[in-house]
Each structure stands twice: as C-alpha cells, then as structure tokens.
Design a protein around this ligand. Sequence first.
Ligand code: IPE
Ligand code: IPE
Ligand code: MG
Length: 247
Amino acid sequence: MFSKEDINLDALPKHIAVIMDGNGRWAKMKGKIRTFGHENGVKAVRDTVEAAAELGVSYLTLYAFSTENWNRPKYEINALMTLLVSTISKETKTLMDNNIRLESIGDMSALPKKCMKELLEAKAKTAGNTRMTLVLALSYSSRWEIKEAMQKIAIQVKSGELQPENINEATIAENLNTAGMPDPELLIRTSGEHRISNFLLWQISYAELYFTDKLWPDFRREDLYEAIVSYQRRERRFGKTSEQLSA
Ligand code: IPE
Ligand code: IPE
Ligand code: MG
C-alpha cells in the first residue's frame, strides 16, 4: 500500500488524466446491473479528486463519457446523465470547500439540457478557485476535438486572419478544447484494458502511461499514489539518450 510519504512532492505531474473504466464489470461481478457500477464510481471520483488536490496536482482530467458511449443502450445513457446531474450539483459545495475549479472538454451541446445547465452553473460558481482544476471530459473524443480544431483553423485561414505557412504546433494546441492547459504527464487507465479509446490523442504524445487491473469503483487515493510513484521512477527522455539526461 502506497502513501503520500512515498511521493516526491517536488516532482509531481502537473496534469494527470484518468480513463475511469470498469464500472460495468464491477457491478456484474457483484451480480448487479451496470448502472450500480456507475453509482459506485462516484466514491472513487471523490477520493481521487481530493487526493490530487491535497498533493498539489494542478490539473486532473477525468474521462467520464466518450462520444462513442452515446452508442450504449438508452437506459444506461439516461442513468449516466442523471447521475452526472446529481453528482455535479451535490459536489459543487465540496469543490468550493476545496478551492477546486471545474472545467469541461467535449461536445457540451450534445448533453441533455439539465446536464448542461448544472455543468455551466458549477463551472461559473467555481471559476475563481485556484488550488486545482478538475476537467470533466464529457461527450468527448479526441478525433471530434481535432476535427473541431481543424474547422476553427480553416475559418481563420479563409478570412485571411491566418496564413497556412504560419500554422504551427501551438496553433493546433490553442484550437483544441484543452487550450491553455499543460499536457498530461501521466495517464492512468483502470480495469486492465490497454488502450486509449479516443482520449487526448494530441495531448498525450509524451505522457507516461499507467495501467492497473483495479476496476474504477475500487480505485482509491492509495492507487493514485502508486501511479504517481511509478511515474516518478521512470526516466522521461523526450527522444534524448539517457547519458544526455544525466550529463
Ligand atoms: C466506465 O465503465 C464508465 C464509462 C465508460 C461511462 P464502463 O461502463 O465502461 O465499464 P466496463 O468497461 O463495461 O466494465
Ligand atoms: C472509455 O471507456 C471511456 C470512458 C472511460 C468514459 P470505454 O469502456 O467506453 O472504452 P472501450 O469501449 O472499452 O474502449
Ligand atoms: Mg469500459
């Protein structure tokens, strides 16, 4: 079991992204319906958010609902949206108490009205908080986000505001939903699946990937600590050689 003391607070990742996976299997193992797993995933969210803020992480991005998740059975989508609305409204006070700002990435216009309203309210209310930014990826997929960025850039080129030869990596980053946020240094995925599922493809080009077999509803702060310890034991070379780094 890992604790806070195992972590070097001077070398924390500034941005941690999490693919919260395995709710359905967790419920199935207990002989319950999938939505029971989603309900129990909220405890894991609360503990992870609190622990990340306490450590001093600046950005925590949680993948809560992907564009592709709209293809799930209607019953499950409705349950997830209802859970989202109730969780956001219930947790706004906790976010205020902990000085956490709420942000979101994804196609907000695809969300049910009630959900969008709660989200907008919570974002507005927490906008002045400074300890950590919690980013919810909702109706999000990386290819959708990149497509949107391409359209925004094309409009700027068409209007003559931007010359094609002046498009650089920063232009692309500035037109993504994550504009202004640092790239995640650590990406965690639970449930034993080793894939990215259309999450932050541009932003994770040099992130350290951490996979755990734990199902999301069982994930707790100690698991976050373990992921950070694993991250801190790695040598991040960014294309250079090990010798160059130690020189
Ligand atoms: C993650 O758990 C939550 C969402 C994708 C909304 P799943 O619902 O994908 O659970 P598994 O992967 O089927 O166990
Ligand atoms: C990824 O999980 C999306 C979220 C965690 C919100 P999925 O369960 O949808 O991913 P796949 O379908 O197994 O790749
Ligand atoms: Mg899944």
